[in-house]
Write a protein that binds this ligand. Structure first.
Ligand code: RB5
Length: 150
């Protein structure tokens, strides 16, 4: 069991059910959970919720974020546009673990139409329980904050 964390979630309409299930499950594990929406089934645009989650995590209002859409792809692109976000798109727990160890990911993205909720929970567990590996990865992660290379 990992330490209690502030975890924020956001999605689009395609991942509303998975978002609700993960939020409820995270609460049972003792985490502080913030659901940034959407709150109803109407069709929405994943960039709007991705940007909201990215700003939230970048501002330190949550330690970790979970970004969900149909494939996970659109919302992962959206959150990664914030230079303070490092988001790995994952569909199994080894990638979720390695994006923490190697990339110091502060958000993971998953596709609700691509994976089931048990696999998503296994990914979240790995994401929350794995520390950053440090060492050689520090230099590489630092470079992610400076994408302009002359
Ligand atoms: C919504 O239909 C769908 O396009 C979206 O959830 C996502 O898969 C985009 O990347």
């Amino acid at each position: 069991m990992c330490t209690r964390m502030k975890v924020a979630l956001a999605s689009d309409h395609a991942a509303l059910g998975l978002k609700a299930e993960l939020a409820e499950w995270l609460l049972t594990l003792g985490h502080e959970v913030e659901d940034l929406g959407p709150n109803g089934p109407e069709s929405v645009d994943y960039p709007d919720y991705g940007y909201k989650l990215a700003s939230h995590v970048a501002a330190g209002k949550a330690e970790r974020g979970i970004a969900l859409c149909g494939t996970g792809i659109g919302i992962s692109i959206a959150v990664n546009r914030n230079p303070k976000v490092r988001c790995g798109l994952v569909s199994e727990p080894l990638s979720a673990k390695l994006t923490r160890e190697h990339n110091d990911a502060n958000i993971i993205a998953m596709g609700a139409r691509m994976i089931g909720s048990e696999m998503a929970k296994a990914c979240v567990e790995a994401f929350l329980n794995t520390p950053f590996g440090g060492d050689r990865h520090v230099r590489r992660v630092d470079k992610l904050s400076n994408p302009q290379q002359d």
